[in-house]
Every structure is written in C-alpha cells, then in structure tokens.
Design a protein around this ligand. Structure first.
Ligand code: PEP
Ligand code: CO
Length: 452
C-alpha cells in the first residue's frame, strides 16, 4: 500500500502494483502506440458531469434517491446501431419511471454502456476438446470466436472501443436531452414485443395515469413546457475499470480544480476479481475524483470493506463510494449484514446497491450459462430486508439486461424454460434479462421500495 514517503498519486501509479486480469498484448510497441493515440483523443465525459453524478449519489446514500445501474454484461462491436441504443434507453427509462412512480423517489440512471467492453475471466484460458486458447476478454481486447486469431489480444480494438463509446454517448445525449426522454413520451418507450404482455399493459396503465397527472398540473396553471425536468433526463455512463492502460490514457486533469478524472465514463467500478485493496485497480481508482464502485461478493470480510473505504474514500464524501453487493440469493441475508453494520459503525456514508445477477449464475445440464428470475428477486428481497434491519437505505440495483427479446434468463411471468434457452441466446458473456423480464422486475422492485 502507498505510504506517506511514496510519491503522490498520478494516473500511472497503478503500474507499481500487481495488476490482475490484464491481457497479454503480443506486441508492446504496438500497444504503446495505441495508448499514445488515446492520450491525445478528446475525453468522453467532463469533470462537471462526474461531480453532478456524485451529488446525485450523495442523495442516494441519504435514502433520498434510488440508483438504477443497468446494461449489458459486455457490449459488442457487432451490436452497434441507433435502434439498439434507442431501445436500450427505452427499457431503462421505462424501468426508471416505474420505480419513480412506485417509490416517489428520483431515480439516478446509470448505464453499463458506452465503454463496457472489457471482461475479467475466472480462467485465463479456455479449453475446447484438445484445443486451448486465451479466454475471451471483451471486444476491447479480442473476439469471442474460438480460433487462435480471434482470441489474440489486439490493441487497435481499444481505439475502436473508444470510438464506439463516443458515438454511443453522443446518441444517448441527443435522445436524453432532445425530447425522446420527455415525460410526455412514456407510451413511446413501450416496445412492440413488450406492449402486449401483462407487464407491458401494466406499464401502459401507469403511463396513462402520468398523462392525467400532467394534464391536471397544466390545468392548475403549472407551466409544464418551461420545466426542463419534465423534458430531459440526466443519464450517466459507467463501466468496469479493468484495462488500466486504457483508463490511464483517458484520465485528464480538470482545469477548474486540478483534480484527476477518468474521462472514459462518469462512474467506474472495480469487480469482484480486482478489488484487492493493495493492488493496481484499487490504486488507480483511489486517485481519480469520479464516483467509484466496488463489487463485493460473499467472501468479502468487514475488514476488507473498511479498508476499501479508507483507501477509496478517506474523507468520507457522500456519493464517492458505492458498494455493489453480489452475494447470491442464498447468502445475501447471511453475509451482507456484518458488512453493512461495520460500515455504519465506522460512521461511513456509502451507497449500498445490489447486483442480484452475478452470484446467481449457473450452467445447465446442457451447458448453457443462465440465471433464474426467481433467484434474482430473492436476492433483491434479501438485500432490502438486510438494509432495513441494519438501518441503511437500500440504495440501488445493478442489473444485466438487454432491450432484445432474448431467452437467456429462466423464468419471469413469460416462463422461459430450460428448453427455450437455445431459441434466442445472444449474450457475449453473461445472460441478461430481456425487456419484458426487466419491466417485470421493475414493478416488483417498485413494490419492495414502497414497502421499505
Ligand atoms: C460483471 O459485472 O460483469 C462482473 C464480471 O461482475 P463481478 O465482478 O461482480 O463478477
Ligand atoms: Co456480467
């Protein structure tokens, strides 16, 4: 760990620490050239936006707002179109409006989008029959196809990830500020394949009530046209800060405050595999001023969590640090209470969010990676009850979902069964909720929020 005598933090200081999950780039010189290019490109976000997100997260930490962080496990180079971006935004906006309506709380919207291109892997290699190849590490590194060329890490992919992130964010900004996210448009966010379902109809009914409420306010003389909060949405982007060379290259000094911000996203998190307190990823996050997240799994101890608070948020700034608990449906009520209690006992203000996806993944007898909708709900319920019991606000959720009509997660009211999984399984990495399941989840989550 850094001691007082050591040099102050700089974007490259992580290089003096052990860095897990970094790909083997075959040609270091080629990699260096790409990083030089990345150091010169414009930032994707600017410091003021990261500060706004942090103040919204401070409200979440106080229990005055709720965090909805959602998107793909891994974004894909091949899944890059205006329609895909628009429809992903639709489902997140739908979920947010359902939650706002149910809980009467503002919802802070953060996508796993516009940069979520790198994946940590349990094993560095993958074996199929007699062939062993490097694991797929996300489109910023290599390709998922199982052949030697596809699996070789290619630094030019970092540049492509940057450009795809820029174009994605550009469209997100246009949609969220240019009228698409207007509260008068709630009906438009219901995709066709969702609209006919039970939850799609429930959503329509809610959207009609919102219309009535807006007409009522207008009739009372409120000038709705002039109030930007009804017509625009703040939508933030986030990804796992995994490839530290890329993150370092996009880290810039803010001219107003002289602080360093990782301008590849508003919020960066470290995953369950890279959250060691004295290693490179946490070192990197410790010096950037963006709000940061840490995934915590069932093996995390109270001491580790407190050490992460000390390291990442030494001045206890509300909104700076979000713990994303991913404990599993069975373990959440056993493991999480001690962590929440330890953090409260230290007088720390953090956001507690629940990722009910990653500890509920399993492989079926036919070899398909999936998750059960019911396990996801059970973990969420467990999370809410732990927060209530420990007197901490249930701050938010972290979900893997897609706008598409996929069959990747089991169950939900449309009852996706084992035998359906092969029908439309498009995930590059982990199985995602489809848009119907996501809306279904939002309604159930709304009820949990209401009860809490
Ligand atoms: C992920 O968020 O896709 C992920 C790999 O999560 P975790 O670090 O919690 O396993
Ligand atoms: Co995942």
């Amino acid at each position: 760990m850094r001691t007082e005598q050591q040099r102050p933090w700089e974007p490259a200081s992580w290089q003096g620490f052990p860095a897990a999950q970094q790909p083997e780039w075959p040609d270091p010189l080629e990699m260096e050239n790409v990083l030089t290019e990345l150091r010169a490109v414009p930032p994707l976000v600017f410091a003021g936006e990261a500060r706004s997100l942090q103040s919204s997260l401070a409200e979440v930490a106080r229990g005055d707002a709720f965090l909805l962080q959602a998107g793909d496990c891994a974004e894909a180079f091949g899944d890059f179109s205006a329609n895909a971006i628009r429809d992903k935004l639709k489902i997140i906006l739908q979920m947010a409006v359902v939650l706002t309506y149910a809980a009467g709380l503002p919802v802070v919207k953060v996508g796993r989008i516009a940069g979520q291109f790198a994946k940590p892997r349990t094993s560095p290699n993958e074996r199929l029959h007699d062939v062993e190849l490097p694991s797929f590490r996300g489109h910023a590194v290599n390709d998922a196809a199982f052949d030697a060329e596809s699996r070789t890490a290619d630094p030019h992919r970092l540049m492509r990830a940057y450009h795809q992130s820029a174009a994605t964010l550009n469209l997100i900004r246009a949609f969220t500020k240019g009228g698409f996210a207007d509260l008068n448009q709630t009906h438009m966010w219901n995709q066709e394949f969702v609209a006919g379902s039970k939850q799609g109809q429930r959503y329509e009914a809610m959207a009609r009530q919102i219309d009535r409420a807006l007409r009522f306010m207008a009739a009372c003389g409120v000038d709705l046209a002039r109030d930007p909060v009804l017509h625009e949405v703040d939508f933030y982007i986030s990804h796992e800060a995994l490839l530290l060379g890329y993150e370092e290259a996009l880290t810039r000094q803010d001219s107003l405050t002289d602080d360093w911000y990782d301008c590849s996203a508003h919020l960066l998190w470290v995953g369950e595999r890279t959250r060691q307190v004295d290693a490179a990823h946490v070192e990197f996050l410790s010096g950037i001023k963006n709000p940061v997240g840490v995934k915590v799994g069932p093996l995390a101890s109270a001491d580790e969590v407190i050490a992460l608070c000390d390291r990442l948020d030494p001045t206890n700034e509300p909104g700076r640090l979000t713990f994303i608990a991913r404990m599993g449906a069975e373990q959440v009520t056993e493991v999480l209470p001690a962590l929440v209690r330890a953090v409260s006992k230290e007088g720390r203000t953090v956001v507690w969010a629940c990722d009910p996806m990653h500890a509920n993944t399993f492989t079926t007898s036919t070899g398909v990676k999936t998750r059960r909708f019911d396990d996801i709900l059970t973990e969420l319920r467990g999370f809410f009850s732990v927060c209530q019991q420990e007197g901490a606000p249930p701050g938010g959720v972290h979900l893997e979902l897609t706008q598409e009509d996929v069959t990747e997660c089991l169950g939900g009211s449309e009852e996706i069964l084992d035998t359906h999984l092969h029908e439309k399984y498009l995930a590059l990495c982990d199985p995602r909720l489809n848009a119907r399941q996501s809306l279904d989840l939002a309604f159930q989550l709304g009820e949990m929020l209401q009860e809490s």
